[in-house]
Design a protein around this ligand. Sequence first.
Ligand SMILES: Nc1ncnc2c1ncn2[C@@H]1O[C@H](COP(=O)(O)OP(=O)(O)OP(=O)(O)O)[C@@H](O)[C@H]1O
Ligand SMILES: Nc1ccn([C@@H]2O[C@H](COP(=O)(O)O)[C@@H](O)[C@H]2O)c(=O)n1
Length: 213
Amino acid sequence: MIIAVDGPAASGKGTIARALARHYGLPHLDTGLIYRAVGASVLREEGDPASEGDALAGCSFDDFLLEDPWLKSEEVGKAASIVSAHPLVRKALLLRQKKFAAQPGGAVLDGRDIGTVIAPEAEVKLYVKATPMIRAQRRQLEQRKGGVFESLDKVLADIRARDERDTKRAEAPLRPADDAVTLDTSFLSIEAAVQKAVGIVEAAKAKATAESE
Ligand SMILES: Nc1ncnc2c1ncn2[C@@H]1O[C@H](COP(=O)(O)OP(=O)(O)OP(=O)(O)O)[C@@H](O)[C@H]1O
Ligand SMILES: Nc1ccn([C@@H]2O[C@H](COP(=O)(O)O)[C@@H](O)[C@H]2O)c(=O)n1
């Protein structure tokens, strides 16, 4: 079973994807981390994320970079959202993600284009959303835990800028797949959101079983 989880920044998609992977014993891939590694490589080489050439060079990163806590910073998140708009970058990273999705037994992947591009064949597609303000509050709390103190206005502006770039780009923009189930986590605790996600997966499995009989 392939479970595709998409949604905007800080919507809770990673939290839900990890919980689903644990619940169903499936491997999980955070595809945002891959784009973050490309963004980080470009910044480290003092390149320009807006340059397709620099961004493409960043695609040959060493996998150890995926473990670097710096990848979680807003600086790298912003660079990731700029490099990810380049068609050649998306092409360079496509096969790795498709292979992960297609492994025997299935997988859970989260990102922006899993249900639309990486695994359109996924049995379950979730589109996780929350209001920009709630996402900014979550992100601010997360940052504070990591010792970063930014105003809510700044965090909200960053979230809105990221949404704008991710939804407006020409190549694989963030959008729900036509057959995705939307899960609004704005007023749900993590536990309640995960419970609803498991319910959506179970409903999809039951429907698939009924159709195969
Ligand atoms: N339902 C929820 N209620 C409260 N906090 C939540 C909820 N879901 C997630 N969070 C918290 O919000 C923050 C962002 O969640 P998460 O990392 O899952 O989002 P994301 O969509 O994967 O973000 P990104 O796109 O940056 O990877 C985390 O600190 C997480 O613990
Ligand atoms: N499938 C994906 C995943 C991510 N991106 C881009 O990377 C940025 C960082 O992703 P996070 O999930 O770690 O926040 C994100 O803003 C996207 O621009 C993508 O394009 N496709």
